[in-house]
Unconditional design. Structure first.
Length: 277
């Protein structure tokens, strides 16, 4: 009798174990079926290279500053300049109020130039009024300038010509950063200056690089027209010879790029007589 009881108990344990295994198998099948029919989990959208802008109500032609009566140095004194080395040299040529001590040129004293790259917004300038290292957005937020004149394109011009969206998107990011920091600041995009015919700073000759600058200068009014409170000014036109290159007498040191004091005087005169008021 005792042996029979043990046998029955063993069968019961075996039955319970078999039932437990079957239950686990059924649960696994249900889980697999559920996962197979469930919709994919939402994924984060990849970051876009640009953000939608508020389009200007003006056309590219209308955002191009037209000739005006001479607004004088009172107008020039309201401008802040930010750009490449040809912008930084406004200080060293002494053509702005304050001469070489002017506070109107924003740059990095260690390099003397900036490039319109994806890193530009995180780079710093030496804020003239305090000497602090500030990003362009921080400086604009601090200063709240009436106008800021931007000049970019020669640095990495071959890359921009090969990829228009690189130029447009990087410029758009810069404009947005300035507008977010100081919505009332008027932004002026300055045309890209030509180089001399014999300039050898690029693998392309001077005529080709100057042609590149003209292409960028066709894009700039389009960029300006995609924003409110942005204008384009074609200062390069006063520096250009009949072949579309930089007038040789405006070449400061023979590199075909950097400008003489006389060239900057012509640029400022053009700004005065194509004022945004």
């Amino acid at each position: 009798m005792k042996r029979n009881s043990q046998t029955i108990f063993a069968y019961l344990l075996l039955t319970i174990a078999v039932l437990a295994v079957l239950a686990l198998l059924c649960a696994g099948v249900l889980l697999i079926a559920t996962l197979a029919t469930a919709p994919d989990a939402p994924t984060e959208a990849p970051p876009t290279d640009t953000e939608p802008d508020m389009p200007s109500s003006l056309t590219p032609e209308e955002v191009t500053l037209a000739e005006t009566p001479d607004a004088g140095m009172a107008y020039i004194d309201q401008l802040i300049f930010f750009g490449e080395s040809t912008t930084s040299h406004l200080r060293s040529r002494g053509v702005l109020t304050g001469g070489r001590d002017t506070q109107q040129v924003w740059d990095d004293s260690s390099s003397g130039t900036k490039t319109l790259s994806s890193k530009l917004l995180s780079e710093t300038i030496d804020y003239p009024k305090t000497g602090e290292k500030l990003t362009i957005a921080e400086a604009v937020e601090r200063e709240k300038p009436a106008y800021i004149v931007l000049s970019f394109g020669l640095n990495n011009i071959s890359g921009f010509i090969a990829n228009k969206s690189l130029y447009v998107n990087n410029y758009s990011r810069l404009i947005r950063a300035i507008q977010e920091a100081s919505p009332d600041t008027r932004i002026i995009l300055q045309s890209v200056y030509p180089v001399t015919l014999d300039c050898s700073a690029w693998k392309e000759n001077g005529a080709t690089v100057s042609e590149y600058t003209r292409t960028l200068n066709e894009w700039l009014p389009e960029i300006a027209a995609s924003f409110e409170n942005v204008r384009f000014v074609d200062t390069a036109s006063v520096l250009t010879d009949d072949e579309g290159c930089l007038i040789s007498s405006y070449d400061f040191n023979g590199d075909g790029i950097h400008l003489t004091t006389s060239a900057y005087e012509q640029i400022l005169l053009y700004l005065r007589t194509h004022a945004w008021q």
